[in-house]
Design a protein around this ligand. Structure first.
Ligand code: B12
Length: 160
């Protein structure tokens, strides 16, 4: 798994009122988490959908734990559902988050089109990668420390 913490992109700050209308503080950091997929994510098959659901649930567990620790320290935190782009913890607005655009702009990865969907072209994983995003009002170093603590101490995630 690849994860990295970045300052919020200009797009997120500009569109925060539509992404997270209930937030009283600005987004100050974003965690981009990329999980290798067992299968290339180009077609829609039973295998791809099973793998996507598997990786989605893993992200929601990790993201939920990170968000809880941030909230315990008085910060706002939001986990975006990688299946839809809508926030899981606070009320949805009028704009869903595009995880491919977030990872592409934060990590400089190119993107391509599969069917009518835009996908990340990861330098080593190609399209066999599952992107997801968490944002917080905590500073980048604070989110980095908490994400590291949770991800490095997570129980071994079964690949199958
Ligand atoms: C909607 C959607 C679809 C729609 C297509 C929508 C479209 N036209 O892009 C449908 C249902 C067709 C689709 C299909 C597929 N999808 Co799709 N899809 C999504 C979803 C849920 C949202 C994408 C989105 O928001 N697009 C917004 C586009 C349509 O808007 P736009 O006007 O072009 O651009 C605006 C946005 O980018 C917006 N924006 C919003 N947030 C942000 C943030 C930043 C920083 C910026 C700059 C802009 C921005 O600003 C732009 C201008 O307004 C994402 C999950 C996610 N949360 O990102 C998965 C996702 C992109 N899909 C994925 C995949 C794999 C597919 C498939 C290729 C295969 C599959 N098994 O699902 C299939 C296609 C199969 C085929 N061959 O036909 C994966 C890609 C994984 C990867 N390696 O990158 C994702 C990430 C789901 C996942 N978590 O795995 N998909």
């Amino acid at each position: 798994m690849y994860y990295s913490v970045h300052p919020p992109s200009d797009y997120l700050l500009r569109h925060q009122p539509r992404l997270l209308p209930g937030w009283s503080q600005p987004i100050a950091s974003m965690l981009v988490l990329l999980q290798p997929s067992q299968v290339a994510l180009v077609e829609r098959t039973a295998d791809t959908e099973h793998e996507k659901e598997h990786l989605r649930s893993h992200f929601l567990v990790l993201g939920g734990a990170i968000a809880q620790m941030l909230q315990n320290e008085g910060y706002l935190a939001e986990v975006f559902d990688p299946r839809t782009g809508w926030p899981m913890l606070s009320g949805a607005g009028t704009l869903s988050l595009d995880d491919v655009a977030v990872a592409g702009s934060a990590l400089g990865y190119s993107t391509g089109h599969c069917g009518n969907c835009r996908v990340i072209l990861h330098p080593s994983l190609g399209t066999a990668v599952y992107p997801s995003t968490l944002v917080s009002s905590a500073s980048v170093p604070v989110l980095e420390a908490i994400a590291h603590q949770v991800i490095e101490n997570q129980p071994k995630f079964s690949e199958n």
